[in-house]
Design a protein around this ligand. Structure first.
Ligand code: MG
Length: 203
């Protein structure tokens, strides 16, 4: 399996990083070795001074998808959860400055903790899910999938032109404003429509 992550998919997050909005979905991959069950304690990697959380709505692909249209894309996923696109922000900015790929900052081991998956039908409206992250009980990120620059169908249709999506693949759909540092001792709790789907303890 693979993890496809969409970058800069909320206006307010692009603004906080001072980056221009993409004209087409911006995506990058994390390998299977990045997948991490958020039930387990997360050990901060030693190679970054600035490990950051990015709360994202995550879709699980349920069909073989190649060149799917926007209208068909809703058929391609069946469950959703929350995940954290763990980012070594210092290494990412260094790579960006040099025009280098982002893998060093995004695709390392355990860089994709995910919570509990729910059937998509359990959400009132997938295009209007409020996602929220609490750090040690305080809300630090809040967004709504209605504010996505590229919605789920547009993401899947676009990515499937280049990369075949297969059952079990995950799509991280982008993070809203409020990304910040992960520190030892933190508890990160993610809610979707006020349902707790993820709790990650940071060691
Ligand atoms: Mg992200």
């Amino acid at each position: 399996m693979k993890i496809v992550c969409i970058g800069l998919n909320y206006h307010d997050h692009a603004k906080e990083l001072n980056l221009p909005l993409p004209a087409t979905p911006l995506f990058f991959l994390k390998p299977e070795t990045s997948l991490f069950n958020a039930k387990n304690p997360f050990v901060l990697p030693a190679f970054t001074k600035q490990p950051e959380y990015e709360l994202e709505l995550v879709l699980r692909i349920s069909k073989h998808c190649k060149n799917v249209t926007v209208n068909y894309a809703r058929e391609c996923f069946d469950t959703a959860s929350l995940g954290i696109d763990v980012t070594a922000r210092d290494l990412q900015f260094e790579a960006m400055k040099k025009g280098l790929p982002w893998e060093i900052a995004k695709a390392f081991d355990n860089a994709a903790p995910v919570g509990k998956f729910l059937p998509v039908e359990d959400f009132k409206d997938i295009n209007n899910i409020e996602i929220r992250l609490e750090k040690n009980g305080e809300t630090v990120q809040k967004g709504n999938t209605s504010g996505l620059i590229f919605n789920f169908e547009e993401i899947i249709s676009y990515v499937s032109k280049f990369i075949t999506l297969q059952p079990g693949d995950l799509i991280f759909t982008g993070t809203p404003k409020g990304v910040g540092k992960m520190e030892k001792g933190d508890t990160l709790t993610g809610y979707a429509d006020n349902i707790k789907l993820l709790e990650l303890k940071v060691l």
